[in-house]
Write a protein that binds this ligand. Structure first.
Ligand code: FAD
Ligand code: DLZ
Length: 527
């Protein structure tokens, strides 16, 4: 019998808090939820809260300026909300010059009486292992993160003994456990668990794109934007286009806008690529969920409710819920199941240096340039841009896995390693030996042409494989298949492609491989 994930969202370790114990509660920049994590059971008047904008967290990668601004502005607004709830908060602003969270906590301990330091388990292995090495004059208590719907322990129980881990089965369990999109008999609404096949339409510029709400910039946020502009001159991000909400209320406004204006088309155009819009009908809520401004379960329930009220089709609601309830929780499970070893995997031996144009966007390839420019300027690209445009190029070209992952961690506003790494290393680069995906997401220019309208305006032709003006994705695709043909021919989902390659005349193969080598040298030189 299959194991069912235990229903209780994230059992926190039993905490026997003596009534007179005073805690110094460290709240990290992506833990901004009242009454969850380390703030669960916190007592105003007795416990003190510490929050700190610190150099180490702001610069462990070259974070997009939108991300730093989002985190600092959201932290400052959260501090104000804590004050309103009667809490005493020690808050270090970036200008206070604290280098690290440890330094901030040590300084806070000198100015308050605390018997214990309490923190919710950090989302990234890097910080989690650092915290465990801290030497403090009082004990450090780490509590589980109850903003996720499955704890790492429950995920590990589910994974144990399975020959192969597949998101689809995990997701079905989650639907049952959280009673989402089930009919009265507990069967999936509409009779199927997955409506992905209906969610793959290409963009032909045939729909009007609704205008998105902008940012609501108050004095606190404006101050942060100035600070980030001044202090992080070498980081990507055009802050004159700041578009993010920084409080739960603002995040809710953006989500409500999505429900009303974009959800009805979300499913249909989930995989589409468009010249006209960086976001199409996507929700733009990952950053809010990831830092605690929106609750993942509530977001799913609201989408289900929208469908039940007739506001969208089942395929749209199911598609969205699968991403949040399924993929988001699944990748976190994979991360904690396999770290720290996962980060060093490179099963396809990809080692080409990351080209400099990843930081400028200048490639001349219309789809790639659009995806990179919006990534660098706004810190946002939707899933298909991350996977099938940028990630696909990195996969086909065999770019160095560590460098590609570090780039993804830096450039997106929603990037935290627990979600970035399995998506990049596993899903996009297929470097984890097939743990995340049963086949590499490798595609030629034809896929990109089918999904959108970039190719029409591009100098490269998706119908040509070699010669000046041929779309580079085409020859690189065959180069990839050729390089990895031995490993791929036994993969049931790739065998046919390998056989198609083998059927080509040796002369044609040689021409394609030579052209691809030339393209690789031009676009991703080895030195
Ligand atoms: P929508 O398309 O509107 O989807 C709804 C929500 O579903 C998202 O907000 C997100 O919470 C969730 N979701 C969708 N797909 C995934 C997924 N594969 N994994 C986890 N959650 C998912 N997501 C991040 O939050 N942070 C990252 O650093 C990140 N890096 C990625 C790197 C690569 C190479 C790839 C292929 C995907 C990455 N994703 C990441 C997943 C996904 O692309 C983003 O969550 C999504 O594009 C965010 O935009 P949105 O809110 O408009 O999402
Ligand atoms: C991402 C980020 C940034 C840019 N700055 C801070 C900060 O100054 N202080 C803080 O507490 N948290 C910050 N964060 C979020 C942390 O990096 C995040 O908590 C860890 O990566 C664990 O997920």
């Amino acid at each position: 019998m299959r194991k069912i994930l235990s229903f209780n969202p994230v059992p926190l370790p039993a905490r026997n808090t003596p009534m007179d114990e005073k805690a110094l509660i460290l709240v990290l920049g992506d833990q901004l939820t009242l009454e969850k994590g380390a703030l669960k059971g916190a007592r105003p008047g007795r416990d003190t809260i510490i929050m700190a904008e610190v150099m180490e967290e702001a610069s462990y990668v070259r974070h997009n300026r939108h991300k730093i601004a989002l985190i600092f502005a959201a932290m400052r607004h959260f501090r104000d909300a804590l004050h309103e709830h009667g809490f005493s908060v020690i808050y270090f602003q970036y200008e206070d010059g604290k280098a690290s969270l440890l330094e901030a906590v040590q300084a806070a301990l000198e100015s308050c009486e605390a018997d214990v330091v309490r923190c919710c388990e950090p989302g990234e292995w890097r910080l989690s292992s650092q915290l465990r090495r801290w030497q403090l004059p009082v004990p450090l208590q780490l509590v589980g993160d109850d903003r996720f719907l499955v704890s790492p322990e429950d995920f590990s129980d589910w994974a144990q003994g399975r020959k192969q881990l597949r998101m689809e089965y995990f997701y079905r369990n989650m639907r049952k456990k959280y009673d989402l999109l089930l009919d009265e008999d507990g069967a999936p609404e509409g009779g199927a668990w997955n409506y992905d096949a209906r969610n793959r339409k290409g963009w032909r510029n045939s729909e009007e794109l609704p205008e998105r709400p902008g940012a609501d910039i108050d004095a606190t946020t404006a101050e942060v934007l100035d600070l980030v502009e001044r202090e992080f001159p070498d980081h990507p991000g055009d802050l004159s286009r700041f578009y993010l909400g920084v409080t739960p209320t603002q995040a809710e406004t953006h989500f409500q806008w999505f429900l009303e204006h974009a959800l009805p088309r979300f499913g249909t155009y989930q995989d589409a690529l468009a010249e006209e819009s960086p976001w199409l009908f996507h929700s733009l809520v990952s950053m809010y969920i990831n830092i605690g401004l929106l609750d993942p379960l509530q977001v799913c329930r609201r989408v289900e409710q929208a469908w039940r009220e007739g506001a969208c089709e089942l395929a749209a609601a199911e598609g969205f819920i699968r991403q949040v309830l399924g993929w988001r929780e699944y990748v976190r499970g994979i991360y904690w199941l396999t770290m720290p070893e996962y980060a060093s995997r490179n099963s396809l031996g990809a080692q080409r240096p990351l080209p400099e144009w990843f930081w400028t966007g200048e490639t001349g390839m219309r789809c790639l340039e659009a995806a990179l420019r919006q990534t660098l300027d706004l810190g946002y690209a939707h899933h298909i841009q991350r996977l099938m445009v940028i990630g696909n190029f990195a996969l086909l070209a065999g770019l160095d896995v560590e460098q590609v992952c570090a780039w993804y961690l830096a450039v997106y506003v929603d990037a935290f390693e627990w979600v970035e790494l399995p998506n990049t290393l596993g899903m996009a680069l297929h470097a984890d030996g097939g743990l995340m995906a049963s086949k590499p997401y490798a595609a030629s220019g034809k896929y990109i042409q089918r999904q959108g309208n970039h190719c029409k305006a591009c100098r490269y032709d998706p119908a040509r494989v070699t010669g000046e003006g041929a779309c580079p994705y085409n020859s690189l695709y065959w180069h990839f298949i050729h390089r990895h043909r031995e490993g791929l021919e036994t993969n049931p989902r790739m065998g046919l492609t390998v056989r198609n390659w083998a059927r080509k005349e040796p002369g044609e193969q040689a021409t394609i491989l030579q052209w691809a080598d030339r393209e690789l040298q031009r676009l991703a030189p080895e030195e």
